[in-house]
Design a binder for this molecule. Sequence first.
Ligand code: 9MG
Length: 257
Amino acid sequence: MGIINVTPDSFSDGGLYASTESALRHAAHLIEEGADLLDIGGESTRPGGTPVSVQEELHRIIPVVKALSSMNTPVSVDTSKPEVMRAAIEAGAIMINDVNALRAPGALEVIAEGGVAVCLMHMQGDPLSMQANPQYNDVVAEVKDFLRQRLNAAEAAGIPCERLVIDPGFGFGKTLSHNIELLRHLDQFMDMGVPVLVGLSRKSMLGKITGNEVGDRIHASVAAALLARAKGARILRVHDVKATRDALAVYDAVSMV
Ligand code: 9MG
């Protein structure tokens, strides 16, 4: 899953792709590099990111979703707003990536009616305050518990499990040691009956481990993606598609004998 941020405050591309035209150029580049799916986001979810209105989010992403879908490019839309989910599905998105796990009123119903796939992600708190003081007794058990509850809510609302994906939410209300614990035990999420998506690309946990700034985290991101793959992750949300693809090709060549 290649990342396209159509946000002026996006944490790692500094708003470079904050227009339809440049987002489409970047999309073409990621497809050429081997992305199977593109995740389009119009509101930054990084800690302290600026919230945007429904209208602004629609204005940023819908032209991009329409253009890519009309070229048969599989598109996921990163949003937590039911109104944006509905418009994205009408514009051709095949998946909604919700860091809020469909907890907004009406979100479950939109996905149930829309017939698309959905990624349910764990987050403690909200993007404005989540990194203030994250606390867990047992991070793996608590994240799994939350995801089990959201899977149950989704299935009760009429979303079949074939359309569900889960994500432990690296960096969303977690300290470095919580993130490391989750990655170390990621294999424990593989018994939940649905594919696991992981987003580690360029994240601050990799900056804390390596001491590198966001623009210099490609090697650490590829290492983290490989670790996640080796522990069973099926979808990797990444900025650096070619580097990740090459590493996965080596992994697959060795592990699929
Ligand atoms: C939007 N977004 C940013 N980071 C993410 C992650 O780790 N997972 C998912 N599903 N979405 C993310």
